[in-house]
Design a protein around this ligand. Structure first.
Ligand code: AMP
Length: 493
């Protein structure tokens, strides 16, 4: 730890900051509270809560008490929450009082030991009596390969799986990013990302914490406030949609970015046009990196040296990457194939799912990312597509199978295929092709029936009705053909 107690940790707003000393004190108090509630090391803490500084403290308290933090997007419906509770089997659920009361039956059914409430403004039973707990706490020792974090991802079979991220995964990745991005104590980060994803939770918090840097914390992303913050910051991390939204505001210019050092993008492909427009407006070439829940950050464009639009740069320290063909044969430079990786950043496997873990790794221990990529003769990686059925909309993952399962059980739907198409703001938007059983089945009714069961970001922006779905010789739906046919269906939205 290179921070001193008085250094600002989180600038919550203009009039409220939390110092590193307060962060340590509050996380000790919360760790004491959780331990006194009977939570044992290794127990899961599921947090489906709005972003607030209290969530950051909860995350730190889980580390200190040896608990496994399991964050969830608040957009998930009750129906979606059921799978996470059944699978992660948390000992504690933290959520808004509204969600906790809606989830009463689930809480009983899954025998969740404790429930605490936390509202967006910090009110609720998690925090209300925090001051009554001791502010010293002896950290529960955990081994390097113990799970620290459970992040659910990649539901190609319909249901998300919990990626077990170890303490070593977290510390090694943070150290190599500090090195790669030249992180300094005096850096000031504009934190606009959610805390339920490795980008905002791990990259966005660990780097500043390790060096004692200041984080300007935005609970809700706002273009205007972000632009105000840029004038007093040095680093920003964001997804491409955030950069396109900043570009739509005339206040974004070189002058407002005068204290900035680097703008980092990831979680979805950054369009070369966004890269070029951002450079023209601000003078900054966005530094694009590539990562995923199972491995946090994997490659990055260089801090010093050429940043190439459309590429994701070089593997981080100690991370090995290789490209393989269909038959598992290693491909040469420039050839496109399946991207496989190995290194201290790669997760320990899927939670209580040995079959999924087994099929995610090669016999010689490389993790199969599901991305299609090439590596040039200088070692620069370019992501060219996805082998996995995944849509990334505004940086959020949408697994088509989940939506197809919901659609297929609606009256009048014979079959469906969900795919992503280009969308100016979101990067990709969700489209469903549906075979209907009668002409009376219409888009409005189907969307209405989907909404209670699916998070809003997963609900298709458009449903197109088709006579049949294109299939290959093996009977597999050819989503590429659907993507081509309907590529401009969302361009007016
Ligand atoms: P997640 O597990 O939610 O972080 O999603 C990981 C997936 O996002 C990766 O497997 C890629 O498909 C995609 N991704 C992340 N960063 C990039 C990037 N810079 N360019 C292209 N795709 C990316």
């Amino acid at each position: 730890m290179r921070q001193s107690a008085d250094d600002v940790f989180l600038e919550v707003n203009e009039s409220h900051s939390i110092s590193y000393g307060e962060g340590e004190q509050l996380s000790a108090q919360l760790a004491n509270k959780l331990s006194e509630m009977g939570l044992q090391p290794g127990a899961r803490v599921t947090a489906q809560v709005e972003k607030s500084y209290q969530v950051v403290i909860l995350y730190l308290a889980c580390f200190r008490a040896g608990l496994i933090f399991h964050p969830l997007n608040t957009a998930y419906t009750l129906n979606e929450l059921e799978h996470f509770l059944a699978d992660a089997q948390p000992s504690l659920l933290v959520s808004s009082s509204k969600r906790c009361s809606e989830a009463q039956t689930l809480i009983k059914q899954h025998a969740i030991q404790s429930v605490l409430t936390l509202e967006a403004d910090g009110a609720g039973t998690l925090w209300e009596d925090i001051a009554s707990y001791s502010d010293s706490f002896e950290v529960v020792h955990k081994a390097k390969d113990d799970t620290a974090l459970l992040i659910y991802t990649s539901g190609t079979t319909g249901k998300p799986k919990g990626a077990m991220i170890t303490h070593e995964n977290l510390s090694s990745n943070a150290q190599s990013l500090i090195e790669c991005w030249g992180w300094q104590k005096h850096d000031v980060l504009v934190h606009v990302l959610p805390l339920f994803h490795v980008h905002g939770l791990c990259v966005g918090l660990h780097l500043p914490i390790l060096l004692g840097s200041k984080v300007i914390f935005q609970a809700k992303f706002s273009v205007e406030r972000t632009i105000d913050c840029l004038a007093k910051a040095t680093v920003m991390m964001a997804v491409p949609t955030i950069y396109t939204r900043l570009l739509s505001n005339a206040r974004l210019n070189k002058e407002i970015c005068r204290t900035m050092r680097v703008f980092i993008s990831g979680s979805a492909p950054l369009l070369p046009e966004t890269f070029a427009e951002f450079e023209a407006r601000t003078g900054f070439r966005i530094l694009e990196r590539y990562g995923m829940s199972e491995a946090q950050m994997i490659t990055s464009n260089p801090l010093k040296g050429e940043r190439l639009a459309g590429t994701v740069g070089y593997p981080l320290l100690d991370i090995r990457v290789r490209i393989c063909g269909d038959d598992g044969v290693l491909l040469g430079s420039g050839e496109i194939g399946s991207l496989e990786i190995a290194g201290p950043n790669v997760f320990a496997g899927y939670w209580r799912n040995p079959d999924a873990t087994h099929s995610a790794f090669t016999n010689d221990g490389y993790f199969i990312t599901g991305d299609l990529a090439s590596v040039d003769e200088n070692g620069v990686v370019t992501i060219v597509g996805r082998d996995k059925d995944l849509i990334i909309s505004a940086g959020l993952n949408v697994y088509p199978r989940e939506i197809e399962l919901e659609l297929n059980q609606l009256a009048g739907v014979a079959d469906s295929a969900v795919f992503g198409v280009p969308h100016a703001d979101l990067g990709e938007g969700v489209v469903a092709a549906v075979i209907r059983q009668s002409a009376a089945v219409n888009e409005v009714d189907l969307l209405k029936a989907l909404k209670p069961n699916l998070s809003a970001f997963k609900v298709p922006g458009k449903i197109v009705f088709v006579e049949e779905l294109p299939r290959n010789a093996m009977g597999k739906i050819e989503k590429n053909r659907l993507r081509e046919t309907y590529c401009s269906v969302l361009s007016d939205t």
